[in-house]
Write a protein that binds this ligand. Structure first.
Ligand code: RB5
Length: 147
């Protein structure tokens, strides 16, 4: 399974830990950077990962200091449903009910241990469909009205 990763400087260390963790588990990682703790702009990485996730129909993980800025940027890409989560239940339910295709994490909010748990539950939970698909379709309709 292929997973796209991206981060700014505030999420760099968590992104690197996620990359090592998922590589060890056999995932194919496409890493859009950043590659150091030098200050960069999170919107750049949110957009790149968002575009790739939609184009490839895969899941992505984004990290910044809070997870918020990078998720806001990614959510501007049509077809992205990025959810910023810092608890296990939300990371699971955003796959099950929202069919989120990107998990955003705050490197300054969650530690590496919790961050990896959130990634694991996000990647292993399937969208339940059914009544939830209707709601996703409504989100898509809002998006299409903006075009
Ligand atoms: C960078 O200092 C920080 O603002 C960024 O990583 C993120 O937290 C924004 O939402």
């Amino acid at each position: 399974m292929k997973v796209a990763l991206g981060a700014d400087h505030g999420g760099f260390e968590l992104k690197e830990a996620i990359k090592a963790h998922l590589t060890e588990k056999g995932y194919e990682i496409v890493d859009f950077g950043t590659d150091s703790t030098e200050s960069v702009d999170y919107a750049v990485f949110g957009e790149k990962v968002g575009e790739y996730v939609v184009k490839e129909g895969i899941l992505g993980i984004l990290c910044c200091g809070t997870g918020i800025g990078i998720s806001l940027a990614a959510n501007k890409v049509n077809g992205v449903r990025a959810a910023c989560c810092s608890d296990y239940f939300s990371a699971k339910m955003t796959r099950a009910h929202n069919n989120a295709n990107i998990l955003a994490l705050g490197g300054r909010v969650v530690g590496i241990g919790l961050g990896l748990e959130l990634v694991d539950i996000f990647l292993s939970t399937e969208f339940e469909g059914g009544r939830h698909q209707r709601r996703i379709d409504q989100i898509t309709a809002i998006e299409n009205k903006q075009k």
